[in-house]
Design a protein around this ligand. Sequence first.
Ligand SMILES: Nc1nc2c(ncn2[C@@H]2O[C@H](COP(=O)(O)OP(=O)(O)O)[C@@H](O)[C@H]2O)c(=O)[nH]1
Ligand SMILES: [Mg+2]
Length: 332
Amino acid sequence: MTKLIIQIPCLNEATTLPATLADLPRAVPGIDVIEWLVIDDGSRDATADVARDQGVHHIVRFNRNKGLAAAFSAGIDACLKAGADFIVNTDADNQYAGHDIARLVAPLIAGKADIVIGDRNIRDIEHMSWPKKRLQHLGSWVVRQVSNTQVPDTTSGFRAYTREAALRMTIVSEFSYTLESIIQAGKKRMAVAHVEISTNAHTRPSRLFNSLYGYIKQSAATIVRIYTMYEPLKVFSYIGSTIFAAGLAISLRYLYFLLAGDTYGDRHLQSLILSAVLMIVGFQVILIGLVADAISGTRKLLEDLLYRIRSMELRNDGTPPPETPEGRQDPR
Ligand SMILES: Nc1nc2c(ncn2[C@@H]2O[C@H](COP(=O)(O)OP(=O)(O)O)[C@@H](O)[C@H]2O)c(=O)[nH]1
Ligand SMILES: [Mg+2]
């Protein structure tokens, strides 16, 4: 029996949630059971009550707002505990067309992908402003480069995961899981596929990004942070060797003056000091890269450990194993 759980992170979505739920498919080819899961992230409206009234099977509720990334991770955890074989995430503002869920999970069922990301084809979305479109485009390109994936729409919240992929995911950023999970999946060499999906009529403006500046700042910080977490030596050696090379160039210039017979060497003393400082700093940055690389190795081990513990926990449902006859204490 294959179970699909559709999870919806919600922050004050009492008005749009019913329409979103109504739009979800009641049957999907290759799936026997479909359940819904709502994460109510400390909403101040009746989101949780609406969800219950609408027949949502699982509700995770935070008493205060913890942010989308935390809500997403908590939802994934709950889906795994509820025995999901496949997990689909969609937004509560009915942005994504529910009938596309079948297209989204098809590559997972066929065993062709671990994660499938819905591609909104951002160029054709009318309500998105031109600068936001250009930024999405540029941001997605950067994410593709650093993650080694082909995902066209990296900020799409419409995605599907296999149980295995969900078990392996660890989200650490607080802002948004979308970019982080793609970079992580790419670095872990998971098969990340994408399918074109359609979007419904716009219901309300985005709540995640109210300013373009904040959007750029947060996204750039996430990309740099997560990439550095997985490729620290590369990042630090690029930075370090650039600084070192600048210092080296300045010393070579000094050497050239000396060899050219410039007897007023002290005239270039300032540049020589600068050169020494740059070379020392550049070298130190490369050393920091080595330390970060060692830490990153530890992180990989921890992620693997977490994966094994999670799998074990879920297999025996968190309860201690039954006592074996051999292990039982003799009451006498
Ligand atoms: N759990 C949680 N969900 C949120 C938060 N902010 C937005 N969401 C949900 O994330 C989804 C996407 O939000 P939306 O405002 O439509 O952003 P968009 O992706 O830019 O359109 C919706 O289902 C929101 O309810 C938050 O702080 N916590
Ligand atoms: Mg939206």
